[in-house]
Ligand binder design. Sequence first.
Ligand SMILES: *Cc1c(COP(=O)(O)O)cnc(C)c1O
Length: 376
Amino acid sequence: MTERILLSAPDVGALEESYVLDALRAGWVAPAGPDLGAFEHEVAERIGLAHAVALSSGTAGLHLALLALGTRPGDVVVVPTLTFVATANAAVYTGAEPVFVDCDPATGNLDPDLLHQALDDLRRSGRRIAAVVPVDLFGACADYDRILPLCADADVPVVEDAAEALGSVRNGRAAGSFGRAAVLSFNGNKIITTSGGGMLLSDDAELVAHCRRLSTQARQPVPHYEHVEVGYNYRLSNLLAALGRAQLRRLDGMMARRRGLRERYAKLFATVPGVHVLAEEDQGANCWLTAITVDPAVAGWRAADLATWLAAGGIETRPVWKPMHLQPVFAGAEAYLTGAAENLFAHGLVLPSGSVLTDGEADRVTAAIERFLNGG
Ligand SMILES: *Cc1c(COP(=O)(O)O)cnc(C)c1O
Protein backbone atom coordinates (compact mmCIF):
# COMPACT_ATOMS: atom_id res chain seq x y z
CA MET A 1 0.00 0.00 0.00
CA THR A 2 1.45 3.40 -0.95
CA GLU A 3 1.54 6.25 1.58
CA ARG A 4 -1.51 8.46 1.77
CA ILE A 5 -0.77 11.98 0.52
CA LEU A 6 -2.20 14.62 2.85
CA LEU A 7 -3.43 18.11 2.05
CA SER A 8 -1.02 20.07 4.26
CA ALA A 9 0.83 17.95 6.79
CA PRO A 10 3.31 19.46 9.27
CA ASP A 11 6.83 19.91 7.87
CA VAL A 12 9.20 19.37 10.79
CA GLY A 13 12.67 17.86 10.98
CA ALA A 14 16.10 18.12 12.52
CA LEU A 15 16.08 21.89 13.07
CA GLU A 16 12.77 21.76 14.99
CA GLU A 17 14.08 18.81 17.02
CA SER A 18 17.20 20.71 18.07
CA TYR A 19 15.30 23.88 19.04
CA VAL A 20 12.77 21.98 21.16
CA LEU A 21 15.43 19.79 22.73
CA ASP A 22 17.55 22.83 23.60
CA ALA A 23 14.57 24.48 25.31
CA LEU A 24 13.77 21.28 27.18
CA ARG A 25 17.35 20.69 28.29
CA ALA A 26 17.73 24.29 29.41
CA GLY A 27 14.79 23.70 31.75
CA TRP A 28 12.37 26.10 30.05
CA VAL A 29 9.35 23.86 30.41
CA ALA A 30 7.18 26.04 32.63
CA PRO A 31 5.11 28.42 30.51
CA ALA A 32 7.42 31.42 30.28
CA GLY A 33 10.96 31.34 28.92
CA PRO A 34 13.33 33.03 26.50
CA ASP A 35 12.01 31.37 23.31
CA LEU A 36 8.59 32.94 23.86
CA GLY A 37 9.85 36.53 23.74
CA ALA A 38 12.31 35.70 20.97
CA PHE A 39 9.58 34.10 18.84
CA GLU A 40 7.34 37.16 19.29
CA HIS A 41 10.19 39.47 18.37
CA GLU A 42 11.19 37.47 15.30
CA VAL A 43 7.66 37.20 13.89
CA ALA A 44 6.94 40.90 14.56
CA GLU A 45 10.19 41.83 12.84
CA ARG A 46 9.40 39.65 9.83
CA ILE A 47 6.06 41.43 9.40
CA GLY A 48 7.42 44.85 10.30
CA LEU A 49 5.33 45.46 13.42
CA ALA A 50 6.44 46.62 16.83
CA HIS A 51 4.56 44.31 19.20
CA ALA A 52 3.32 40.72 19.39
CA VAL A 53 1.96 38.24 21.91
CA ALA A 54 2.21 34.49 21.31
CA LEU A 55 -0.98 32.60 22.12
CA SER A 56 -2.38 29.08 22.36
CA SER A 57 -4.28 29.48 19.06
CA GLY A 58 -5.23 31.87 16.31
CA THR A 59 -8.81 31.70 17.55
CA ALA A 60 -7.64 33.00 20.94
CA GLY A 61 -5.91 35.87 19.12
CA LEU A 62 -9.09 36.86 17.28
CA HIS A 63 -11.05 36.71 20.54
CA LEU A 64 -8.54 38.92 22.39
CA ALA A 65 -8.22 41.40 19.51
CA LEU A 66 -11.97 41.92 19.45
CA LEU A 67 -12.11 42.25 23.25
CA ALA A 68 -9.26 44.76 23.27
CA LEU A 69 -11.14 46.86 20.69
CA GLY A 70 -14.07 47.01 23.10
CA THR A 71 -16.39 44.56 21.31
CA ARG A 72 -19.41 43.86 23.49
CA PRO A 73 -22.88 42.28 23.40
CA GLY A 74 -25.13 44.01 20.89
CA ASP A 75 -22.29 44.98 18.58
CA VAL A 76 -21.86 43.58 15.11
CA VAL A 77 -18.60 42.28 13.64
CA VAL A 78 -18.29 42.08 9.85
CA VAL A 79 -16.79 38.75 8.77
CA PRO A 80 -16.33 37.20 5.31
CA THR A 81 -18.74 34.33 4.81
CA LEU A 82 -15.97 32.33 3.10
CA THR A 83 -13.67 31.53 6.01
CA PHE A 84 -12.87 28.96 8.64
CA VAL A 85 -15.41 29.08 11.47
CA ALA A 86 -12.91 30.56 13.97
CA THR A 87 -13.31 34.06 12.48
CA ALA A 88 -17.03 34.06 13.21
CA ASN A 89 -16.79 32.19 16.51
CA ALA A 90 -14.45 34.82 17.95
CA ALA A 91 -17.12 37.47 17.36
CA VAL A 92 -19.71 35.30 19.13
CA TYR A 93 -17.41 34.78 22.16
CA THR A 94 -17.58 38.53 22.82
CA GLY A 95 -21.38 38.54 22.68
CA ALA A 96 -21.39 40.36 19.33
CA GLU A 97 -23.20 39.15 16.23
CA PRO A 98 -21.28 38.29 13.07
CA VAL A 99 -22.59 39.83 9.85
CA PHE A 100 -21.39 37.87 6.84
CA VAL A 101 -20.20 39.41 3.56
CA ASP A 102 -19.63 37.52 0.31
CA CYS A 103 -16.40 37.27 -1.65
CA ASP A 104 -14.74 38.21 -4.91
CA PRO A 105 -15.20 35.14 -7.14
CA ALA A 106 -11.63 35.32 -8.51
CA THR A 107 -9.84 35.27 -5.13
CA GLY A 108 -12.41 34.17 -2.56
CA ASN A 109 -11.52 37.26 -0.50
CA LEU A 110 -13.93 39.82 0.95
CA ASP A 111 -15.89 41.68 -1.77
CA PRO A 112 -15.15 45.40 -1.21
CA ASP A 113 -18.32 46.65 -2.96
CA LEU A 114 -20.49 44.47 -0.79
CA LEU A 115 -18.52 45.47 2.31
CA HIS A 116 -19.26 49.11 1.42
CA GLN A 117 -22.96 48.35 1.24
CA ALA A 118 -22.92 46.41 4.51
CA LEU A 119 -21.12 49.22 6.35
CA ASP A 120 -23.57 51.81 4.99
CA ASP A 121 -26.61 49.74 5.93
CA LEU A 122 -25.35 48.85 9.40
CA ARG A 123 -24.45 52.43 10.17
CA ARG A 124 -27.77 53.72 8.90
CA SER A 125 -29.60 51.22 11.12
CA GLY A 126 -27.68 52.56 14.12
CA ARG A 127 -25.77 49.35 14.87
CA ARG A 128 -22.36 49.65 16.53
CA ILE A 129 -19.83 47.98 14.23
CA ALA A 130 -17.02 46.82 16.51
CA ALA A 131 -14.68 45.64 13.75
CA VAL A 132 -14.27 44.32 10.23
CA VAL A 133 -12.25 41.09 10.12
CA PRO A 134 -11.00 40.44 6.56
CA VAL A 135 -9.42 37.03 5.98
CA ASP A 136 -6.39 36.45 3.74
CA LEU A 137 -7.88 33.35 2.15
CA PHE A 138 -5.48 30.45 1.58
CA GLY A 139 -2.64 32.96 2.03
CA ALA A 140 -3.65 35.57 -0.57
CA CYS A 141 -4.05 39.03 0.99
CA ALA A 142 -7.49 40.60 0.81
CA ASP A 143 -7.95 43.77 -1.26
CA TYR A 144 -6.75 46.20 1.43
CA ASP A 145 -6.32 49.06 -1.08
CA ARG A 146 -10.10 49.20 -1.13
CA ILE A 147 -11.01 47.71 2.23
CA LEU A 148 -8.92 50.00 4.47
CA PRO A 149 -10.30 53.33 3.14
CA LEU A 150 -13.87 52.00 3.41
CA CYS A 151 -13.33 51.02 7.03
CA ALA A 152 -11.54 54.30 7.81
CA ASP A 153 -14.47 56.26 6.33
CA ALA A 154 -16.87 54.27 8.52
CA ASP A 155 -14.52 54.71 11.51
CA VAL A 156 -14.41 50.95 12.07
CA PRO A 157 -11.17 49.20 13.10
CA VAL A 158 -9.82 46.33 11.00
CA VAL A 159 -8.59 43.11 12.57
CA GLU A 160 -6.70 41.19 9.90
CA ASP A 161 -7.29 37.45 10.11
CA ALA A 162 -3.91 36.52 8.63
CA ALA A 163 -4.11 33.00 10.11
CA GLU A 164 -3.32 31.51 6.69
CA ALA A 165 -1.02 34.23 5.37
CA LEU A 166 2.29 34.43 7.25
CA GLY A 167 4.96 35.29 4.67
CA SER A 168 2.59 36.77 2.08
CA VAL A 169 2.98 40.31 0.76
CA ARG A 170 0.71 42.66 -1.15
CA ASN A 171 2.08 45.81 -2.80
CA GLY A 172 5.23 45.51 -0.73
CA ARG A 173 3.38 45.22 2.57
CA ALA A 174 3.43 42.03 4.64
CA ALA A 175 0.31 40.10 5.55
CA GLY A 176 -0.41 40.91 9.17
CA SER A 177 0.44 44.60 8.79
CA PHE A 178 -2.85 45.90 7.37
CA GLY A 179 -5.18 46.29 10.33
CA ARG A 180 -5.18 47.80 13.82
CA ALA A 181 -4.25 44.28 14.87
CA ALA A 182 -3.60 41.02 13.07
CA VAL A 183 -3.76 37.38 14.03
CA LEU A 184 -1.67 34.43 12.84
CA SER A 185 -2.26 30.73 13.39
CA PHE A 186 0.38 28.07 13.96
CA ASN A 187 -2.07 25.19 13.90
CA GLY A 188 -0.75 21.85 12.62
CA ASN A 189 -1.81 22.39 9.01
CA LYS A 190 -0.74 26.03 8.65
CA ILE A 191 2.31 27.33 6.81
CA ILE A 192 4.39 27.13 9.98
CA THR A 193 3.25 25.21 13.01
CA THR A 194 3.86 25.05 16.75
CA SER A 195 1.55 21.97 16.70
CA GLY A 196 -1.05 24.44 17.98
CA GLY A 197 -0.65 28.13 18.55
CA GLY A 198 -1.20 31.64 17.31
CA MET A 199 -0.03 35.21 17.62
CA LEU A 200 -1.60 38.65 17.87
CA LEU A 201 0.39 41.55 16.41
CA SER A 202 -0.01 45.30 16.32
CA ASP A 203 1.92 48.56 16.33
CA ASP A 204 -0.33 49.62 19.22
CA ALA A 205 1.73 48.86 22.35
CA GLU A 206 -1.21 49.35 24.70
CA LEU A 207 -3.48 47.03 22.75
CA VAL A 208 -0.87 44.25 22.74
CA ALA A 209 -0.11 44.78 26.44
CA HIS A 210 -3.82 44.47 27.22
CA CYS A 211 -4.08 41.24 25.19
CA ARG A 212 -0.96 39.87 26.88
CA ARG A 213 -2.55 40.52 30.30
CA LEU A 214 -5.86 38.95 29.20
CA SER A 215 -3.97 35.89 27.92
CA THR A 216 -2.60 35.11 31.40
CA GLN A 217 -5.83 35.34 33.42
CA ALA A 218 -5.46 39.14 33.67
CA ARG A 219 -3.17 38.71 36.62
CA GLN A 220 -1.94 42.04 37.98
CA PRO A 221 1.81 42.46 38.54
CA VAL A 222 1.66 41.85 42.29
CA PRO A 223 2.65 38.70 44.21
CA HIS A 224 -0.79 37.79 45.57
CA TYR A 225 -2.81 37.05 42.37
CA GLU A 226 -4.87 40.23 42.02
CA HIS A 227 -7.45 40.44 39.22
CA VAL A 228 -9.45 43.49 38.11
CA GLU A 229 -10.88 41.99 34.90
CA VAL A 230 -11.78 38.53 33.57
CA GLY A 231 -8.87 36.95 31.74
CA TYR A 232 -8.17 33.77 29.80
CA ASN A 233 -5.56 31.03 29.76
CA TYR A 234 -4.39 31.71 26.22
CA ARG A 235 -0.59 31.99 26.40
CA LEU A 236 1.68 29.86 24.20
CA SER A 237 4.21 27.72 26.07
CA ASN A 238 7.95 28.27 25.77
CA LEU A 239 8.55 24.78 24.33
CA LEU A 240 6.12 25.42 21.51
CA ALA A 241 7.64 28.84 20.88
CA ALA A 242 10.98 27.07 20.40
CA LEU A 243 9.34 24.88 17.75
CA GLY A 244 7.92 28.02 16.13
CA ARG A 245 11.33 29.70 15.99
CA ALA A 246 12.78 26.76 14.06
CA GLN A 247 9.79 26.78 11.69
CA LEU A 248 10.13 30.52 11.11
CA ARG A 249 13.73 30.05 10.03
CA ARG A 250 12.50 27.64 7.36
CA LEU A 251 9.50 29.75 6.27
CA ASP A 252 10.94 31.02 2.98
CA GLY A 253 12.02 27.55 1.92
CA MET A 254 8.63 26.10 2.80
CA MET A 255 6.85 28.87 0.86
CA ALA A 256 9.02 28.16 -2.18
CA ARG A 257 8.01 24.49 -2.09
CA ARG A 258 4.32 25.41 -1.84
CA ARG A 259 4.70 27.84 -4.74
CA GLY A 260 6.39 25.08 -6.73
CA LEU A 261 3.32 22.89 -6.22
CA ARG A 262 1.00 25.73 -7.24
CA GLU A 263 3.01 26.25 -10.43
CA ARG A 264 2.79 22.54 -11.23
CA TYR A 265 -1.00 22.64 -10.86
CA ALA A 266 -1.26 25.86 -12.87
CA LYS A 267 0.75 24.30 -15.70
CA LEU A 268 -1.25 21.09 -15.57
CA PHE A 269 -4.61 22.87 -15.76
CA ALA A 270 -3.55 25.69 -18.12
CA THR A 271 -4.95 23.86 -21.15
CA VAL A 272 -7.99 22.37 -19.39
CA PRO A 273 -11.14 24.34 -20.22
CA GLY A 274 -13.32 25.43 -17.30
CA VAL A 275 -10.60 25.02 -14.64
CA HIS A 276 -8.95 27.94 -12.83
CA VAL A 277 -6.42 28.16 -10.03
CA LEU A 278 -7.76 30.49 -7.34
CA ALA A 279 -5.80 33.78 -7.06
CA GLU A 280 -3.25 32.35 -9.52
CA GLU A 281 -1.84 35.74 -10.52
CA ASP A 282 -1.08 36.75 -6.91
CA GLN A 283 2.73 36.61 -6.93
CA GLY A 284 2.97 37.73 -3.29
CA ALA A 285 0.89 34.93 -1.80
CA ASN A 286 2.55 32.33 0.43
CA CYS A 287 0.61 29.61 -1.47
CA TRP A 288 -0.53 27.99 1.78
CA LEU A 289 -3.24 26.02 -0.04
CA THR A 290 -3.85 25.81 -3.77
CA ALA A 291 -7.49 25.56 -4.79
CA ILE A 292 -8.98 25.12 -8.25
CA THR A 293 -12.47 25.94 -9.44
CA VAL A 294 -14.19 23.74 -11.98
CA ASP A 295 -17.05 24.92 -14.19
CA PRO A 296 -18.76 21.58 -14.89
CA ALA A 297 -20.63 22.94 -17.93
CA VAL A 298 -17.30 23.70 -19.61
CA ALA A 299 -15.03 21.01 -18.17
CA GLY A 300 -17.52 18.17 -18.49
CA TRP A 301 -16.76 16.98 -14.95
CA ARG A 302 -17.20 18.26 -11.41
CA ALA A 303 -14.66 19.14 -8.73
CA ALA A 304 -16.21 16.37 -6.62
CA ASP A 305 -15.48 13.82 -9.38
CA LEU A 306 -11.77 14.65 -9.23
CA ALA A 307 -11.91 14.49 -5.42
CA THR A 308 -13.40 10.99 -5.55
CA TRP A 309 -10.81 9.87 -8.11
CA LEU A 310 -7.89 11.19 -6.08
CA ALA A 311 -9.26 9.73 -2.82
CA ALA A 312 -9.28 6.29 -4.47
CA GLY A 313 -5.57 6.82 -5.17
CA GLY A 314 -4.85 7.71 -1.53
CA ILE A 315 -4.64 11.46 -2.21
CA GLU A 316 -6.42 13.87 0.12
CA THR A 317 -8.31 16.91 -1.20
CA ARG A 318 -10.83 19.16 0.52
CA PRO A 319 -13.74 21.33 -0.57
CA VAL A 320 -13.23 25.09 -0.19
CA TRP A 321 -14.54 26.33 3.23
CA LYS A 322 -18.29 25.91 3.56
CA PRO A 323 -19.59 29.49 3.81
CA MET A 324 -20.62 30.65 7.27
CA HIS A 325 -24.10 31.73 6.18
CA LEU A 326 -24.79 28.08 5.21
CA GLN A 327 -23.66 26.73 8.60
CA PRO A 328 -26.53 25.57 10.81
CA VAL A 329 -24.90 27.28 13.81
CA PHE A 330 -25.20 30.65 12.04
CA ALA A 331 -28.67 30.16 10.55
CA GLY A 332 -30.47 33.46 10.85
CA ALA A 333 -27.34 35.62 10.91
CA GLU A 334 -27.40 38.69 8.71
CA ALA A 335 -25.57 38.21 5.41
CA TYR A 336 -24.72 40.19 2.27
CA LEU A 337 -24.55 37.68 -0.55
CA THR A 338 -23.86 37.48 -4.27
CA GLY A 339 -23.60 33.70 -4.55
CA ALA A 340 -19.82 33.84 -5.09
CA ALA A 341 -18.91 31.94 -1.91
CA GLU A 342 -21.62 29.33 -2.49
CA ASN A 343 -20.26 28.88 -6.01
CA LEU A 344 -16.70 28.39 -4.74
CA PHE A 345 -17.95 25.90 -2.16
CA ALA A 346 -19.87 23.97 -4.84
CA HIS A 347 -17.16 24.03 -7.50
CA GLY A 348 -13.85 24.49 -5.67
CA LEU A 349 -11.32 21.88 -4.63
CA VAL A 350 -8.21 22.28 -2.48
CA LEU A 351 -5.33 20.13 -3.75
CA PRO A 352 -2.37 18.71 -1.78
CA SER A 353 -0.25 21.79 -0.99
CA GLY A 354 2.11 20.81 1.82
CA SER A 355 5.77 21.81 1.77
CA VAL A 356 6.52 18.36 3.19
CA LEU A 357 5.48 16.65 -0.08
CA THR A 358 8.47 15.08 -1.81
CA ASP A 359 9.01 15.54 -5.55
CA GLY A 360 8.01 11.89 -5.95
CA GLU A 361 4.74 12.48 -4.11
CA ALA A 362 4.05 15.60 -6.17
CA ASP A 363 4.67 13.51 -9.31
CA ARG A 364 2.19 10.94 -8.02
CA VAL A 365 -0.48 13.65 -7.56
CA THR A 366 0.02 15.22 -11.00
CA ALA A 367 0.12 11.79 -12.67
CA ALA A 368 -3.17 10.87 -10.99
CA ILE A 369 -4.76 14.14 -12.16
CA GLU A 370 -3.47 13.55 -15.70
CA ARG A 371 -4.98 10.06 -15.75
CA PHE A 372 -8.30 11.56 -14.58
CA LEU A 373 -8.19 14.22 -17.29
CA ASN A 374 -7.46 11.55 -19.91
CA GLY A 375 -10.60 9.71 -18.99
CA GLY A 376 -9.32 7.46 -16.18
C1 LIG B 1 -6.69 28.35 11.09
C2 LIG B 1 -7.54 29.56 11.05
C3 LIG B 1 -7.95 30.23 12.21
C4 LIG B 1 -7.80 29.69 13.59
O1 LIG B 1 -6.57 29.33 13.98
P1 LIG B 1 -6.36 28.26 15.16
O2 LIG B 1 -4.93 28.45 15.47
O3 LIG B 1 -6.69 26.92 14.58
O4 LIG B 1 -7.26 28.63 16.28
C5 LIG B 1 -8.64 31.41 12.08
N1 LIG B 1 -8.97 31.91 10.89
C6 LIG B 1 -8.64 31.29 9.75
C7 LIG B 1 -9.03 31.91 8.45
C8 LIG B 1 -7.93 30.09 9.78
O5 LIG B 1 -7.63 29.44 8.64
